[in-house]
Design a protein. Structure first.
Length: 373
């Protein structure tokens, strides 16, 4: 079994959490997350301003996922009844909350603690509407809001960061000063799925939260940077679609990860499948504890200015005559790659500047980089 981890003083049976979202929008959904093996479930964001959802509210194309959902459609009082129906087993329940004022946040925090919350995730940003936009820019305000939640309860508080907020060292220091125990990052990005150029209208009626595997590189970079910026524990979110992705974030220092889009697209079984694959990967390598590999990849990240330039050239590992492919030559701006008279790919080393794009693009993995003389 995957060893237990510590998150904000809570003992979790594994590093897999489910993020705030419609998959945890009521008792039935939360129960399915628990039954699928999640160590902790974060509720859909609870506020005092519940409202009906718009339809359609989900948009997707080519792996890109957009949503126009902000918070739960249920009122706080309705959540009280829902929570009573849940068999928590050995999972923790974290309540995502949002309030329009510090006093409102404190009130909701106290209410969810009374309802049995093990921890709180304070939601401060959303790419939809105007909710708390000022909080990602004003450190004095975020200190006041986050401290209101921390002071109101005896359970740990985690704060969900936008990409912009996660990049601010001043912002993060104020969270530490307020007593927040962890941050989760990143929240969805602001996006539009596209434009119908024949009818001159957008494909979505408003801006949406851009999520899914395409934002993972941004979230990975944020996780790595947060290890330098803050002493707070980091729970990574954004593009976690497989056990390999879980391992990427753990190796960059994440204490745990949140699953979101993968549940939306593949169902609750995605939780079980990721956990099973993660366990198999650890077993195959005789890794006893996930803690043994946490942060293992961080030393390989170098400061750009410290990288010593070297002369590399592309090389072909075996004969290639795939003249119908030519991805390598099409993207070679120095014209170092060509198809010779015999319809064989050749590389002119004197023109190659070692950018590596051809190596990355080759679908047949025939190219590599080598030291140039």
């Amino acid at each position: 079994m995957i060893n237990a981890i510590d998150l904000m003083g809570l003992k979790l049976k594994n590093p897999i959490l489910t993020a705030a979202g419609p998959w945890a929008g009521n008792a039935a959904g939360i129960q399915r997350c628990i039954d699928a093996g999640a160590a902790a479930v974060i509720t859909e964001t609870i506020s005092l301003e519940a409202r009906p959802r718009i339809s359609p509210r989900l948009h997707t194309e080519d792996g890109k996922l957009f949503n126009t959902m902000i918070y739960s459609y249920m009122h706080l009082e309705e959540w009280e009844d829902e929570i009573k129906e849940i068999d928590r087993k050995d999972a923790k329940l974290i309540f995502s909350i949002w309030g329009s004022t510090a006093s409102e946040i404190a009130y909701i925090a106290r209410k969810v603690e009374q309802m049995g919350a093990d921890a709180i995730e304070l939601s401060i940003s959303a790419p939809i509407g105007s909710r708390h936009r000022f909080l990602t820019e004003s450190t004095s305000d975020i200190f006041t809001y986050s401290k209101a939640a921390v002071d109101a309860v005896d359970i740990p508080v985690m704060l969900k960061l936008s990409y912009e907020a996660a990049s601010s060292t001043v912002f993060l220091r104020d969270l530490e000063r307020a007593g927040v125990k962890a941050v989760s990052a990143i929240d969805s990005l602001k996006g539009l799925s596209g434009v119908d150029i024949e009818n001159f209208v957008t494909l979505m009626p408003t801006y949406g939260g851009y999520t899914g595997e395409n934002i993972r590189p941004i979230s990975l970079a944020t996780t790595a940077a947060l290890q330098q910026y803050t002493s707070l524990q980091v729970v990574s979110s954004g593009g976690v679609m497989s056990h390999e992705n879980v391992l990427e974030f753990i190796m960059l220092g994440a204490s745990a990860v949140q699953l979101a889009s993968v549940i939306q697209c593949n169902g609750y079984v995605a939780i079980t499948n990721i956990l099973s694959s993660l366990q198999s990967w650890l077993n195959e390598r005789n890794i006893i504890s996930i803690n043994d590999i946490r942060g293992a990849a961080l030393p390989s990240i170098k400061v750009y200015e410290d990288i010593v330039p070297v002369k590399l050239c592309a090389t072909i590992n075996e004969r290639c005559s795939r003249e119908n492919c030519l991805l390598c030559s099409d993207s070679c701006l120095p014209d170092a790659i060509l198809l010779n008279e015999d319809k064989i790919i050749e590389i002119k080393e004197e023109y190659c500047d070692g950018c590596g794009l051809c190596v990355a693009r080759c679908p047949h993995q025939l190219l590599d980089l080598k030291w140039c003389q």
